[in-house]
Write a new protein. Sequence first.
Length: 444
Amino acid sequence: MLLVLVISIFIGILSVVLRFSLWRNKCSQLMPGRKPRFFDILGDTKEFIVYDTWPDKYLWQMNFFDVLRRRTEEYGKQQLFCLWITYMPFVMIVKAKAVKVQLSVYYSDASKWKLRRKLLTPCFHSDILRGFLPVFNEYSQKFVEFLQEETKKEFTCIETPVTLLTLDIICGKKKATIKVFAEIHIYFHYSSQIIQDKKKRYLSGQRDQDNRKRKALLDLLLDRHMEAGELSEEDIREEVDTFALAGHETVSAAIAWALYLIGLHSDVQTKLHKEMDKVFGDDKKQPASERDLSDLQYLDCVLKETNRLYPTAPLFGREIQEDTNICGHIIPNGTSCAIATYFLHRDEEVFPDPERFDPERFSPENCLKIPEYAYIPFSAGPRNCIGQRFAMMEIKVVISSILRNFSIESLDTRDKVKPLIFITLHPSPPIRIRIRPRGYQKQL
């Protein structure tokens, strides 16, 4: 009896493996990429593992990047390639033409997305964004005061202080709250508590009396919930969580990478210092205005080039809902299809010498040469990042405040700092920069 049971289980497992192997073999003929052996259960997964250092997750992720880089070099001319994680296909898109097609594909949740987008768009109107400038300036100045103390140190690991700064800005809270938000595993419960407390104040008539131009996202969402019934409490929590987590993560990572690259290139930093002096004069504490930010054109180029080399969202995508033809390749229904912006932005046909940091790529005249969908740090098309203007305004205020007051020097070259994927693209090991007051002369 036991033998019959064992044989039955074995035959059952074998039939499942055979079925998936046949399906994978059929699908792998449709898409560029390595063709796994028939009974190769792991597929491409085994290439990600660094056996002699397992289970070091950092080296695992570095190897993941290396695999993607090799595949891009091998199949990049075909616009995309497929990775097999056991029996699950993951299509990576690495060329602009395929990106355009993928972003135009219809998804089943389009109606929900359209409603959310319609409700949220007013939250990012120019007048409302302009109202946040005093907040950006206030916290940036406090950050400058913090950095004054850091000038006494040999170096500063900049990522954590910048993360706390962006949390302060986006949550409007002090350090007691920041400590709670830093504990990611209790964050979602905490956000629900905030919504409930805010709703009680709303119902009791204790609504915030802030100027409408500076009304918080949560206030605007509660208006929709209480007055029009267009959003449930769960809908509100989803949007608040997305805005708070994605908003501060992407912005803090972008600031850290920008400071790192500026600290590596003294010629770029010199140009930035000159631009700061031209726009702001000698007043290092002058709040940045909307006009000031628009005049920081070279800083804009530097930030765009930073987002090219280190896009804070190195991969993003969705599950294909029906068989789709992308540049002559049939992508089967149910396939996860990701745009690999990290490699898209390193297309040598668009960006010659792609690993070189060159802000001039994004000068007004050179921007016109960049093909559509070849540079998409905030995604593109109708589903682009709704908060990108908020993010860029915040980043420019913070970095301009820093550069008006300090000179920075990055202590580790790029070959020693590797990008890792968490929620966003993070450096490993942490970025170390030396911060000194402008005009500081090193003692010999």
